[in-house]
Ligand binder design. Structure first.
Ligand code: R5P
Length: 308
């Protein structure tokens, strides 16, 4: 398609290229350099005037650079006369602070600020994947598309279950926190109405390592069952490993992990390997440093290309 061009940020050029190929649109080049103080220099190479410009940039372990690059690329495209700018951000950064905090804390609504910054950088539409909470989409004054991953995970889970010669009725879907209940329930429905359970989790504040969390309550029954944890993101993996340990203590036979965004910071990979999940399924919304045979990756390329 001659009137469209896709530019990749530095987060995942390989997937960006694949999506451009699948959508049959031109793949542009972005010159990205870094000043000594770490500021970014951006230059777009390719014909932009009057074209629909797509920018592919996802959040990785470096979300600050990812978001700044995205906005600079968008600004450059706007100044070069793009007709419309569409950002493909599979893993939307800064999603976890998405509402007004309790009176005890004085926190930002980071997800809203990011939405405002994205719109003000010239982006007209955002395509994202498995957004952390549906309220985040309401922060955008521009068009948004949220690609759900429930059916993609359900397909892989059915294959796993058939292969293990087990029956669906032996499984229970578990959300590791209240925020994930809606998506976990959808997964249970997509698998024919499986049992459903969830944890209530708190972050162990005050602590400078905000990822540390604690399970305080569990609703459901996993005794003698195989549990499937479904979460939007795995960062340190503390949440899902904590949930798994609790499920095993409560009598679950095995635990499968499904999570859409594999951020996998710090020693997450090592911790995940040692946690002995029976299967780990994730997507390529965030690129992994290398291929791990024990992690099943669902490609989002077709689902994203369909929206282009
Ligand atoms: C929490 O609100 C999210 O849905 C994830 O459960 C959490 O952010 C994952 O972080 P970590 O892997 O570091 O526990």
């Amino acid at each position: 398609m001659k009137n469209k061009i896709l530019f990749p940020g530095s987060s995942d050029k390989k997937t960006a290229k694949l999506i451009a190929k699948k959508s049959n649109i031109e793949f542009g080049k972005v010159e990205i350099k870094t000043f000594a103080c770490n500021e970014k220099y951006i230059n777009l190479i390719g014909d932009i005037k009057d074209k629909i410009v797509y920018i592919y940039q996802t959040a990785t372990q470096n979300p600050n650079d990812n978001i700044i690059e995205l906005m600079l690329i968008s600004n450059a495209a706007k100044l070069a006369g793009a007709k419309k700018i569409i950002a493909i951000i599979p893993n939307l950064p800064y999603s976890r602070q998405d509402h007004l905090s309790s009176k005890k804390h004085q926190e930002p609504i980071s997800a809203k600020l990011i939405a405002d910054l994205i719109s003000s950088s010239g982006i007209n539409k955002v395509i994202t994947v498995h957004v952390h909470s549906s309220r985040i989409l309401d922060f955008y004054k521009i068009e948004t598309v949220n690609i759900e991953t429930v059916d993609l995970f359900a397909k892989v889970l059915k294959e796993i279950i058939v292969k293990s010669k087990s029956s669906l009725s032996k499984y229970v879907i578990v959300s590791p926190d209240k925020g994930g209940i809606e998506q976990a329930k959808r997964l249970s429905i997509s698998l024919g109405g499986l049992d459903f359970a969830y944890f209530e989790k708190v972050r162990a504040l005050p602590n400078d390592r905000i990822n540390i969390s604690k399970m305080i309550r569990f609703f459901g029954d996993v005794k003698g069952k195989e549990a499937i944890i479904f979460d939007d993101m795995i960062d340190t993996c503390g949440t899902v490993i904590n949930a798994k340990d609790n499920l095993m203590r409560m009598g679950a036979k095995k635990v499968i992990l499904c999570a859409t965004h594999p951020i996998l910071s710090g020693s997450a990979i090592k911790n995940l390997r040692n946690a002995n999940f029976s299967h780990i399924v994730t997507t390529n919304s965030t690129p992994l440093r290398k291929n791990y045979k024990w992690i099943k990756i669902i490609s989002l390329a077709d689902s994203i290309a369909e929206k282009i």
